[in-house]
Design a protein around this ligand. Structure first.
Ligand SMILES: O=C(O)CCC(=O)C(=O)O
Ligand SMILES: [Fe+2]
Length: 186
């Protein structure tokens, strides 16, 4: 929590805002921690440990062990993020991209499967639903997300479509998780 708040202060200052601005928007109100356990994989060329995605939050603080496999997409190339003992990885998430109107860009990343293992990582996601509501009211009219740029219509129609997209994704996940008897991601 302490590190997340400090980062939000620094990002606020980088945006020429009051240091408390992002904290006061409740950007650190919700903390979700996801612990990953990736078993050793006998045929890593056939699968992924984690498929490409960007995080749906403001900031992610990630602790990874020494196995490696994390990559980020930079200028259309997958770049390794090798583990550094004692270091944490900080990812900018979609919501930070959204509220800064692309000044901070969320990063697509993935994790390669590995013959060595298991690999363990711990991801701390800084997010909140109340901030999302504020964003909608504050930033209505701004083209905000990659998906929304592909959606036709005026700005409020785009926002509705964006949320329909998210809703469909959510429904798909919960149906799949229920069908497979997995616990939900969120
Ligand atoms: O395991 C990792 O290093 C990445 C995990 C991740 O990207 C996530 O939880 O969103
Ligand atoms: Fe992620």
């Amino acid at each position: 929590m302490g590190l997340g708040l400090k980062l939000l202060e620094l990002i606020s200052e980088a945006l020429c805002l009051n240091p408390n601005h992002l904290k006061d928007m409740d950007c650190a109100e919700g903390l979700l921690i996801l612990c990953h356990y990736y078993p050793a994989c006998p045929q890593p060329e056939l699968t992924m440990a984690s498929t490409r995605h960007s995080d749906n939050d403001f900031l992610t603080i990630l602790l990874q062990d020494q196995i490696g496999g994390l990559q980020v997409l930079h200028q259309d190339q997958w770049v390794d993020i090798p583990p550094v003992p004692g270091a944490l990885v900080i990812n900018v998430g979609d919501l930070l991209q959204l509220i800064t109107n692309d000044r901070f860009k969320s990063v697509e990343h993935r994790v390669l499967a590995n013959r060595r293992g298991p690999r363990v990582s711990v991801a701390c996601f800084f997010s909140t639903s109340s901030a999302i509501l504020k964003i909608i009211w504050t930033y209505q009219g701004i083209v905000i997300r990659r998906e929304s740029t592909k959606i036709q219509g005026n700005d409020s129609e785009r926002l509705c479509s964006l949320f329909a997209l998210k809703r469909a994704w959510w429904d798909f996940c919960s149906t799949t998780f229920q069908a497979l008897n997995w616990s939900p991601y969120f």
